[in-house]
Design a binder for this molecule. Structure first.
Ligand SMILES: [Zn+2]
Ligand SMILES: [Zn+2]
Length: 190
C-alpha cells in the first residue's frame, strides 16, 4: 500500500471530520494543476490554478467527496490549428473507503475502490478522470470552424470569401480546361 504525501496539493486531510457519519466540511481551495491534466490536444497547463469547491462528508464506510473543479484550458483547434483557450468545469464525486475497515475485513486490494490512506484522500485520479471525460475529442476554435484551405492552408475563418482563381468563375474554369486540352498533344510520353 503506497502512502500519500500530505503536502501534495491534491491530497486532503480528512481527520478534522472525525468518523461520525453525517459530519461535513466544506473545502474551497485553489491548487496548481498537475502535469498532463487533459488530453493531447487540450490540457490544463501544468501549474495553472484549479479551483476546487468540495464537500467532504463522513459516511459509514468512509468519506464521500462531492463538488466541482474549475480550470483553464489551452490547446489547438482540430481543424484550423488556431490556439484555443477555454475553461472546463467538472463535477467530482467519489467515496473514499477507510483503509482500516477494508483491511480488517480482509478484503483484497481493489483498484476500483478509492481508499483513504492514513485519513488522507488523493483527489488527483478523480480530477484526471473527470477532466478527460469532460473534454471534447476534437476541440474546435468555434462550433462550425471551416478549417484550412485545402489549396493554400489559409485559415478560412479569417477569410470567409477566400477562393482561388480557378474556383471564382465556372467560365474561367472551363477556359483553363480548354487551355489544358489544347496543350495535351504537345505533351511527350514519359
Ligand atoms: Zn478552427
Ligand atoms: Zn487557399
Amino acid at each position: 500500500m503506497t502512502s500519500l504525501d500530505p503536502r501534495a496539493p491534491l491530497v486532503l486531510d480528512t481527520r478534522e471530520l472525525g468518523r461520525r457519519p453525517g459530519s461535513q466540511r466544506q473545502v474551497t481551495l485553489t491548487v496548481p494543476a498537475p502535469a498532463d491534466l487533459g488530453i493531447e490536444v487540450l490540457t490544463v497547463p501544468e501549474g495553472s490554478p484549479v479551483e476546487l469547491d468540495l464537500r467532504l462528508e463522513a459516511v459509514m464506510e468512509g468519506v464521500l467527496v462531492t463538488g466541482t473543479a474549475k480550470a483553464g484550458l489551452e490547446g489547438e483547434c482540430a481543424r484550423c490549428l488556431e490556439p484555443i483557450r477555454d475553461d472546463v468545469e467538472v463535477e467530482l464525486q467519489e467515496l473514499f473507503v477507510y483503509d482500516d475497515i477494508r483491511d480488517s475485513e480482509g478484503a483484497e486490494e481493489d483498484d476500483e475502490v478509492s481508499m483513504l490512506r492514513d485519513d488522507l484522500v488523493d483527489l488527483e485520479p478523480l480530477l484526471r478522470d473527470a477532466v478527460v471525460l469532460a473534454l471534447p475529442f476534437q476541440p474546435l476554435c468555434m462550433p462550425d470552424c471551416p478549417g484550412l484551405c485545402p489549396e493554400c492552408g489559409a485559415r478560412l475563418a479569417d477569410d470567409p470569401d477566400h477562393a482561388h482563381e480557378a474556383a471564382i468563375d465556372p467560365r474561367w474554369a472551363a477556359l483553363s480546361k480548354l487551355a489544358d486540352d489544347t496543350q495535351q498533344p504537345e505533351q511527350t510520353e514519359p
